[in-house]
Design a protein around this ligand. Structure first.
Ligand code: PLP
Length: 427
């Protein structure tokens, strides 16, 4: 996962214009720094695959070869192996969604699902509605197709559906191509859409006849017990993206999409154009891994582990950060969203933070238009509770100088205190 920084070169005149708006993500750019042993990484949302028992994956791989033989090494159907789609039917059933294997396409992670939907739905200039902040990988996948991404602000209860309604009314008949949402333990904000807003979101989508794309990688990672049901459980028209990345391993690159049949048929065509078919080998390994109950024990262990790390992060934020900094309180997932006073720019703090041995992702990465500059995303999924505590302490130290300077400006009347929360940015 190397950096994909765009440089100017002698082929500049040859590249497609649509690539001009595709930005590299700071998460990828930080990858080298984050893997230095002296640096505590609070940046990448990497599942802790060290806790997935390697013997279980080895056994599943052996079973894949033993039972599926040549078919696991062959091209497969573009929709994915039937047995894995049956497994997914079972998983979705546990989330209150009744589907058949034909309602599902296996994808190369949820990320491919985002790209395929963008291919199927988006022409240049089309409007996509998303939460603000939203998942960097979605911004990247969509931006290749040159849409205009409108972000709806959030608060601790998830997307502000009252503002969504205003936006839909404002857009008028042109409307939006789809609404992209991560209702459960959102990336990057960590917040969850509350039940009344779920119902209202779906009502609005129906009223304006706009598809809803639900991206749900974290639904099963809830730290208060039980797992939260997806929007799709309330409405069969919701396009749903699921993934094995957080319950098994992202290295297998396996996710899935379910959608109303006409949409799924178009997505299948786009998938054939993209890769003919996904990896039959990975799918067979996942099929065998998901047989029996071992994976449930692994997931319970992962959930307990992430829950303890979340607690450590929230406790450290409370201990080391002052009152003029706020943050979200996720019930699950991987991320906490931290908001500093409005005139501070977290991108400018990043190099210093790396020098101090800690990484984070600047908030502006999660908006299409540079908003969120005073925010940052902290990931608690990978480091131990002790490292998380130390990482937050180092980060608070880096922020403190800038906060003091800011306070001095406010005291001198140079910065309007009321402008501390930038409009439209979750606090
Ligand atoms: C909201 C969201 N969507 C999609 C993805 C991509 O997941 P996958 O590994 O399934 O492609 C991620 C990964 O972090 C994510 O956070």
């Amino acid at each position: 996962m190397g950096s994909a920084r765009v440089i100017f070169d002698r082929w500049d005149g040859r590249y497609a214009a649509r690539m001009a708006g595709v930005r590299s993500s700071a998460v990828r750019d930080l990858f080298a720094a984050a893997s230095r042993p002296d640096v505590i990484s609070l940046s990448g949302g990497m599942p802790d695959v060290r806790r997935v028992p390697h013997e279980a994956v080895t056994r599943a791989t052996r079973d894949a070869m033993r039972h599926d033989g040549p078919s696991a090494l062959q091209y497969g159907g573009s929709e994915g192996r039937y047995a894995l789609r049956e497994t997914i039917v079972g998983l979705m059933g546990e989330s209150g969604v009744r589907l058949g294997p034909d309602d599902i396409i296996v994808t190369a992670g949820a990320q491919q699902g985002l790209d395929l939907l963008a291919r199927v739905f988006l022409d240049p200039g089309d409007v996509v509605i998303a939460e603000g902040p939203t998942y960097v990988g979605a911004l990247q996948a969509f931006s290749v197709y040159q849409p205009d991404i409108h972000c709806i602000p959030m608060d601790e209860d998830g997307m502000r559906v009252d503002l969504l309604e205003e936006e839909l009314r404002r857009l008028g008949p042109k409307g939006a191509k789809f609404i992209y949402t991560i209702p459960n333990f959102q990336n990057p904000a960590g917040v969850t859409l509350v039940p009344e807003r779920r119902r209202r979101l779906l009502e609005l989508a129906r009223e304006y006849d706009i598809p809803v794309v639900e991206d749900d990688p974290y639904g099963r990672l809830r730290y208060e017990g039980g797992h939260i049901l997806p929007l799709r459980a309330l409405d069969p028209d919701v396009i749903y993206l699921g993934t094995f990345s957080k319950i098994l391993a992202p290295g297998l690159r396996l996710g899935w999409m379910s959608a109303p049949k006409p949409i799924l048929a178009r997505v299948l065509l786009a998938k054939q154009a993209a890769d003919l078919c996904g990896s039959a080998f990975s799918q067979s390994v996942a099929e065998h891994y998901m047989t029996g109950t071992g994976w449930r024990r692994v997931l319970a262990d992962l959930t307990a582990t992430y829950g303890a790390r979340r607690d450590a992060m929230l406790a450290a934020l409370g201990e080391f950060f002052p009152d003029d900094v706020t943050w979200t309180h996720p019930e699950g997932g991987f991320f906490v969203w931290v908001t500093l006073p409005a005139h501070l720019d977290t991108k400018a703090l990043l190099a210093e933070a790396v020098e101090h041995g800690v990484t984070f992702v600047p908030g502006s990465d999660f908006f299409p238009d540079g908003r969120g500059a005073n925010c940052m995303r902290l990931a608690f999924c990978y480091e131990s509770p002790e490292q998380i505590t130390e990482g937050v302490r180092r980060l608070a130290e880096v922020c403190e100088d800038k906060l003091e300077l800011y306070r001095a400006f406010v005291a001198a009347g140079a910065v309007p205190a009321a402008a501390r929360v930038e409009e439209g940015v979750l606090r």
